[in-house]
Design a protein around this ligand. Structure first.
Ligand code: SAH
Length: 323
């Protein structure tokens, strides 16, 4: 167990300047690396193609209970993560490395470190009541910076260098285009929420980008962070054995953003169901045409919003709204 009397965040860190750097702030550090330690993602982590630093928010909790949350102003169920606690946790992180100008070759690691999650001795599941709540509620802040009562103080963390994301249901659901954008950068800092979420002022102050896994509500951001990282890490150079497979799959640009065509393997006949004859022949042009038609059909049936003509219309509608 990692004890940390100084109260500063402690995380297993194994870095090389060329690695994609992931930092996670969470109340449940033991959730990481989870599935990211398995398979090709785990191998890539051990090889140093990407690094994972997990920070326990509880270490910045207040009072003898290391409290991280408080009841919501205006009443209502549940607790909200405090902005001061989150800011302390974020400000204590080591600054992100400078962006790398050009993709550098992946170094051959001399060691194969195994990630170990950070554990706080006092970390507990569930909300803890704030022993010293603020006596009188201040006016309810509006979204954005409009409700600032004091001059802005710039956050100490250099948020320009790598995206700071909050896993949250309050965003347009994550797309593969976003995943590609995240994978093309130097790394990510992820903030996992719990309870009713995070104080809005923190999100405004640090210009946090919200990322949703879908239109449903989880109890915490950890599973969403794992899913996001699962998608991002597989796009990093050298992680997937077959580089071609990630260029040719659902949502990929070469496929026009369509869903993938149906896949078949051996046996050629199974329970009376036969693999389409064209796929069993060697005519590559005919196979490509069949697959393109099948991809269009399945996309039209399941996700007509992804068809190129509808994408254009959606783009136009968005443009009309902003002009
Ligand atoms: N009260 C909030 C829900 C909070 S759920 C609301 O109604 O919008 C608690 C935490 O789970 C959130 O802070 C967030 O980090 C995570 N979470 C819940 N649903 C999520 C989703 N669809 N995508 C990503 N994170 C999610």
């Amino acid at each position: 167990m990692t004890t940390n009397p100084s109260g500063t965040p402690k995380a297993r860190q194994f870095k090389s300047s060329e690695s994609y750097r992931v930092r996670v702030l969470t109340l449940f550090p033991e959730a990481f690396p989870g599935v990211l330690g398995l398979g090709l993602h785990g191998k890539a982590l051990a090889a140093g193609l990407w690094t994972l630093e997990v920070y326990d928010l509880r270490q910045h909790g207040l009072g003898s209970h290391q409290s991280v949350d408080a009841p919501p102003y205006g009443g209502g169920a549940g607790m909200v993560l405090r902005p001061d606690v989150l800011a302390a946790a974020l400000d204590a992180l080591a600054p992100a490395p400078a962006p790398i100008p050009a993709p550098a070759p992946i170094p051959t690691p001399t060691t194969t470190p195994t990630p170990t999650p950070v554990r706080s001795p006092s970390a507990k599941a569930g909300a803890s009541p704030d022993p010293s709540p603020d006596p009188a509620p201040a006016p309810i802040p509006a979204l954005g910076d409009a409700a600032r009562s004091s001059p802005p103080s710039p956050p100490t963390m250099d948020s320009q260098r790598e995206p700071l994301l909050y896993l949250s249901p309050r965003a347009v659901p994550l797309t593969q285009a976003q995943v590609r954008r995240f994978a093309s950068g130097a790394g990510l800092t992820l903030l996992c929420g719990r309870y009713e979420g995070i104080d809005q002022r923190f999100l405004d102050e640090y210009q946090v980008e919200e990322v949703s896994l879908g239109d449903f509500v989880l109890s915490g951001g950890e599973v969403a962070a794992l899913a996001l990282l699962e998608a991002v890490v597989r796009l990093l150079p050298g992680v997937l054995g077959n580089q071609a497979s990630k260029a040719d799959e659902s949502f990929s640009q070469v496929r026009g953003g369509l869903l993938e065509y149906p896949q078949f393997t051996r046996p050629a006949e199974w329970r009376g169901r036969v693999v389409p004859a064209v796929l069993q022949g060697g005519n590559h042009k005919a196979i490509a045409e069949w697959r393109q038609a099948a991809a269009k059909k399945i996309t039209a049936e399941r996700r007509p919003d992804l068809l190129p003509q509808n994408q254009k219309q959606q783009g136009k509608k968005k443009q009309d709204k902003t002009t």
